[in-house]
Design a protein around this ligand. Structure first.
Ligand SMILES: [Zn+2]
Length: 136
């Protein structure tokens, strides 16, 4: 049993291995394959095969710099999507009590209490005065 374990370890030495992008590609291929079992589309089958191929290509690749760069880009994209979803949920959930204003200097989103009228707030990130007009 140890011989097999050492052989696998030696095989993966210097290779990229599984990372977030590889897991996501193989997971997406699994989900697509499950959906395609109902529709049996050749196009979805080809996409699934390409996802599996690219996922295992990334796992077995020895070009670590390129694979890590791809993974970093993927993780940044996922972080932006997650932040957008969380912020949108908070905007909808706190619509009656909270107003969200974007700082025009640094781009930070300020979470302010909803009060009617024109107010001035200071961005905690850059110190810029942000004018807030709340109509209703
Ligand atoms: Zn700012």
């Amino acid at each position: 049993m140890d011989k097999i374990k050492f052989a696998i370890t030696r095989f993966f030495y210097g290779r990229n291995g599984f990372d977030a992008l590889s897991y996501s590609l193989l997971g997406a291929a699994l989900v697509l394959n499950g959906i395609n079992s109902f529709f049996k589309s050749i196009i979805v089958y080809i996409i699934t095969a390409a996802l599996i191929y690219f996922g295992f290509f990334r796992v077995l690749s020895r070009n670590l710099v390129a694979r890590r760069r791809e993974n970093t880009v993927f993780l940044n994209f996922i972080r932006h999507v997650r932040n957008f979803v969380v912020l949108t949920y908070r905007r909808i959930a706190g619509f009656r009590t909270t107003i969200y204003v974007k700082c025009h200097t640094c781009g930070a989103v300020l979470r302010l209490p909803r009060r009617r009228g024109k107010h001035t707030s200071i961005c905690p990130g850059c110190g810029t005065r942000v004018v807030v007009r709340c109509i209703f």
